[in-house]
Design a protein around this ligand. Structure first.
Ligand SMILES: [Zn+2]
Length: 541
């Protein structure tokens, strides 16, 4: 196996990809090398920036340099001793129409120059493409994919099988399923430049997830044409392992300055929000006054530094189990990214299935977007599928979450606990104590300390979507509980009327008694006396 997964969070993973020029760590960003206009020498990319791999275009090499590359070898020609990936020229077909090269030639060329990772000559679907044309690109790519395994002669090159279909998700699904059955080591998703330029990251989420759900998960996925640091975390979280960036150089030529939160125009900047070796010792004004070439190199190098830094942050977030928090942070840099994160809700079941949910660190819960995170989805499913509410219970006692955790040890809960013990001493019958809490919903007291039910922080006040979610979880739990009465300690200030309303409706439906007592923080003496009375009354019935 050429790909080994070491760490996981969400669908993101830190992996080792073995190539004939060495093992590289994923998530991996390949800077795109254009030998004729390369602002940063390839050797420097490795030595100064630590890039273990680069990507270049085999079609352009063949056309411009032909046998020079064959003779020197790809690594010698580029002066790069890391892993080199080659693209086949498929993108040029998309942009300029037909290419005067056929698959046999480009496969043979990539083998002769010694690519470590090579790409078949697929047919990119593109963006504004009608379904019937898109279908043709999927079918023709698949036909060529099958032919590739008869054409190729070397065994030490990793071959990339691109998934096509564009925004026609049923075609993406079909393409992914079929390509995944062929013995490719790596898959790729053609992400049309239009999706990126139009900031349609929500569409990109659909495309990535459709491909991901239908490809073998143990093969790395390359997201073509995507390498902007502000969307890297999101793409990694959805299971993309490999990226390429031509943007670092293209943007530099256009005086555009990358940051992990978006791209700024150099002439609109007064300060550099970056301490990379370039920015630390300069100012936007000084860079604007540089000669064109010098400025281009400055910006290209800064852009690379930003990409590397963000990649490292994403990897650390995977290791710490905090990739969701990192994605949420980045998503708030641009509405299009937040729209994309909201879109992830559609795929929460799949992500939950393959994401680790037991972690070392606690969770930060900001708003309802976090309801889609795997830990919340996992708990909901577990409670429904694996947890059986205790039998022979007369009362279901629902208590509001406390500021401190675990809830049952909280100071606010102390007097209620004493009241409950007093009632229980009378041995009138059983009651089951549960907390209702954001974001997890219903937490039976005996599970209160199970991870992550006590290991999270929630932003207050809660938004209505979160309140609605918890209320619906409470109602669902009442429906399942064999109790004869529900007693709710109702914290109106935190929960408004929603939880109470849903409880009452659920009780009416089930024809069980419903009692409600208002509290906020510590319960008053009067409330405790009433609670004791209500509990005793319902237990004796
Ligand atoms: Zn910088």
């Amino acid at each position: 196996m050429s790909f080994e997964i070491k760490e996981k969070d969400l669908l993101g993973r830190i992996g080792k990809l073995k190539t004939k020029s060495g093992t590289v760590e994923t998530p991996l960003l390949f800077p795109v090398i254009n030998p004729s206009i390369q602002p940063v020498p390839t050797r420097r990319l490795k030595e100064h920036f630590g890039f273990e791999a680069v990507i270049t275009n085999a079609y352009i090499l063949k056309k411009r340099y032909g046998d020079i590359v064959t003779e020197q070898g790809l690594h010698g020609f580029l002066d790069f001793d890391g892993a080199v990936m080659t693209d086949s020229g498929a993108y040029q077909i998309l942009v300029y129409g037909g290419v005067e090269v056929n698959q046999a030639e480009i496969v043979d060329y990539q083998e002769r120059i010694g690519s470590d990772i090579a790409t078949m000559l697929d047919i990119p679907t593109g963006w504004h493409v009608r379904k019937d044309s898109a279908k043709v690109t999927v079918a023709e790519t698949l036909k060529r994919a099958k032919a590739l395994f008869k054409l190729k002669t070397r065994q030490d090159i990793l071959w990339v099988g691109p998934v096509q279909g564009g925004r026609h998700l049923d075609l993406v699904q079909k393409s992914a399923k079929a390509m995944g059955k062929l013995p490719f080591q790596i898959h790729a998703l053609g992400s049309p430049t239009e999706v990126m330029e139009g900031y349609r990251y929500d569409v990109l989420v659909d495309m990535i997830m459709t491909a991901k759900m239908n490809l073998p998960l143990n093969r790395p996925l390359h997201l073509f044409g995507a390498g902007h640091p502000h969307m890297l975390a999101l793409a990694v979280a959805l299971g993309c392992d490999l990226f390429d960036s031509a943007a670092y150089a293209l943007y530099a030529r256009e005086n555009r300055y990358m940051t992990e939160n978006g791209t700024w125009r150099l002439n609109e900047m007064d300060y550099f929000p970056c301490q990379c070796p370039k920015c630390a010792s300069s100012t936007p004004k000084a860079v604007l006054e540089m000669l064109d070439k010098e400025r281009e190199v400055f910006l290209a190098e800064h852009n690379l530094h930003v990409c590397v830094a963000e990649l490292k942050r994403v990897k650390q977030a995977i290791r710490d189990g905090r990739l969701w928090e990192h994605v949420e942070m980045r998503a708030h840099a641009h509405p299009a990214l937040l729209s994309a994160l909201k879109r992830v809700t559609e795929y929460e079941d799949f992500i939950e299935k393959f994401s680790p949910t037991a972690k070392q660190s606690g969770l930060f819960f900001f708003d309802y977007v976090g309801l889609s995170r795997p830990e919340v989805v996992h708990y909901r499913k577990r409670l429904q599928e694996r947890y059986r509410p205790p039998e022979d219970v007369k009362i279901l006692l629902l208590l509001p979450q406390t500021r401190t955790k675990p809830f049952h040890k909280a100071e606010e809960f102390k007097k209620v606990r004493q009241t409950i013990s007093r009632v229980q001493n009378d041995k009138l019958g059983c009651m089951h104590i549960c907390f209702y809490a954001a974001p997890f919903g219903v937490i039976p007291l005996e599970l209160d300390e199970v991870y992550p039910l006590s290991q999270h922080e929630v932003a207050q006040p809660l938004d209505q979507e979160v309140i609605d979610y918890v209320a619906s979880q409470v109602a669902a739990y009442i429906h399942r509980s064999p109790c004869k009465a529900v007693v709710l300690l109702h914290d109106q200030k935190t929960w408004g009327a929603t939880v109470k309303k849903q409880c009452r409706t659920a009780c009416t439906k089930k024809s069980v008694a419903f009692e409600c007592l208002g509290v906020h923080g510590e319960a008053s003496k009067e409330i405790l006396t009433r609670l004791e009375m209500i509990l005793k009354k319902n237990l004796s019935e």
